[in-house]
Design a protein around this ligand. Structure first.
Ligand code: FAD
Length: 245
């Protein structure tokens, strides 16, 4: 999407973006390593597209200087019953926001704004290269599940890079890949990198490239794709904090 279109979409989306919703916190479950999933019940008329993100606001005491809100890309698809957020928790070393989030009592309400963003799929007749760094797998898990549920999984290569072999959602993703030959996964443990020849090949096939993860990760891979002459209008990215250009 070019900049003008993206700006127009944002303006037209203002009522959705700035609508404050109350989500009901239900439960949390340990995933892998330090990662947990938190589940929320959303209002009955609530609409979100796979790949969009949300702003969670949580007023709490002893707030640190990192503030009372955070953005999250749900790892659940819109058709799954509860909305799921997957995130790391570092106990005492966590921010005051995370500590408050992880202390929520079941059935308590949390303020959520959004959905926001353009990290969604428009054209399922295209090929896709998804590049996930660590917890950046969350929007991709949402998108892939949503596509499966609508029976329209396009050709996707998921490059999933992690610091260790503890890949969130690995068993589930492997099962999807096993029964859907058009969905391929390449697990990469740091410092192993994505094969550039494969990226060039995907570029020749006019694939659309989506990158999600920490800002440093997104910056590196966006620059890599640009250096391989992949047109910027075929690259979308979802930096998990504001990306400094
Ligand atoms: C569009 C978007 C989508 C996102 N989706 C997700 C998602 O699905 N899952 C997810 O986990 N996160 C996601 N994030 C990031 C999320 O908003 C938080 O930034 C992240 O979870 C870190 O949380 P925290 O700041 O509470 O730090 P904690 O996780 O509590 O931080 C742990 C430790 O990391 C260090 N640290 C981390 N961030 C900072 C910082 N800004 N400044 C200083 N030290 C820091 C600190 O040493 C701290 O002790 C997304 C962000 C964006 C913008």
């Amino acid at each position: 999407m070019n900049k003008a279109k993206s700006l127009l979409k944002t303006i037209l989306d203002f009522p959705r973006i700035f609508r404050s919703n109350k989500f009901e916190y239900i439960k949390k479950e340990a995933e892998i390593d330090d990662i947990w999933s938190l589940y929320f019940k959303v209002p009955a008329d609530y609409k979100i597209k796979a790949g969009e993100h949300l702003m969670f606001r949580l007023n709490h005491s002893d707030q640190d200087n990192r503030g009372n809100f955070r953005f999250y890309s749900p790892s659940s698809s819109p058709k799954e019953g509860l909305l799921r957020v997957s995130t790391k928790y570092f106990g005492d070393k966590s921010s005051s926001f995370k500590k408050a989030l992880f202390k929520l009592a079941p059935h308590s309400q949390i303020n959520v704004m959004g959905p926001i963003g353009t990290f969604t799929l428009q054209n399922i007749s295209k090929k896709y290269a998804f590049i996930a760094g660590g917890i950046g797998i969350t929007p991709f898990r949402s998108i892939i599940t949503d596509l499966l549920q609508t029976g329209q999984l396009p050709e996707i290569t998921l490059y999933y890079k992690n610091r260790s072999d503890k890949f969130l959602f690995k068993a589930e993703l492997d099962t999807i890949a096993k029964v859907n030959p058009q969905f391929k996964i390449k697990y990469l443990i740091d410092p192993v990198d994505i094969n550039e020849t494969e990226l060039i090949d995907l570029n020749h096939q006019e694939a659309l490239f989506y990158i999600a993860g920490a800002p440093g990760f997104v910056k590196v891979y966006r620059e890599k794709l640009i250096s391989l002459n992949i047109p910027a209008n075929r690259i979308k990215y979802d930096p998990f904090r504001k990306l400094k250009e």
